[in-house]
Design a binder for this molecule. Sequence first.
Ligand SMILES: CC(C)(COP(=O)(O)OP(=O)(O)OC[C@H]1O[C@@H](n2cnc3c(N)ncnc32)[C@H](O)[C@@H]1OP(=O)(O)O)[C@@H](O)C(=O)NCCC(=O)NCCS
Length: 228
Amino acid sequence: MPVLECAVHWAVPADEAHMRDLLDDGERERYERFMRAEDKARFVTGRFLARTVLSEATGLAPRDIRFTTDCPHCGGAHGKPRLPGSGLDFSLSHSAERVVLVLSDGPEVGVDVEQESDRDVDRLGEMVLSAPERDVLMALPPDQRRRGFHAYWCRKEALLKATGHGLAAPMTAIHVSAPGEPAEVLSWDDDKAVSPVRLADLTPGPGYAASLAVLTARPLKITETPVA
Ligand SMILES: CC(C)(COP(=O)(O)OP(=O)(O)OC[C@H]1O[C@@H](n2cnc3c(N)ncnc32)[C@H](O)[C@@H]1OP(=O)(O)O)[C@@H](O)C(=O)NCCC(=O)NCCS
């Protein structure tokens, strides 16, 4: 089976005039609505990164790249960004000082990066992990639990972003391999969209977790640009 090439591009948030210039009207309105400078920077960097990478892949000028963002649940303009007619799929994620874009040559892709923060892992675990996964996490030495929790989180959110469900679907219904084991989706209760899927962990640098999911049976060949 031929490998599927997945290009992972990392960026650090910035908010510069040449990046803002490429936003379309809807994006500009959204940019203006963000209250915090760091949210503006993550948003504009993500869309700039997407335009830069997709411009290179398609030959379109960055300014001519117009994303659709139709929500599969309600039709509103807050779903997964897509570039119709390109034959490509991509996914964006941002957290703290990281912005990441993954490009796939066709099959649906999802990516998630999370800063490993001091969240209440016990409480969030109830919303994110299945009962056996919570047992695995609690069996880890206390100083490894935060990292383990974020590994689980990213693996699941990457899958939900590949399918386009987003957080509208419960994370506890997804069962993934344990932190430290090769990333793999084991099962997904009452859902079928999961097969076939490839999952992989990325290298976002210290203090972060990141994973990607691709709806394909083909083995992945992942290339990552280093975090700047
Ligand atoms: C997608 C989602 C999981 C992102 O969560 P997050 O951890 O806050 O943010 P991330 O940084 O990882 O990802 C955000 C990016 O995901 C992309 N995205 C948005 N919705 C998406 C979806 N449904 N599927 C995949 N990707 C999505 C966008 O590129 C977005 O960044 P941008 O708008 O700045 O370009 C979350 O926003 C979500 O669940 N949205 C959909 C909720 C929904 O469908 N509700 C029902 C409404 S009717």
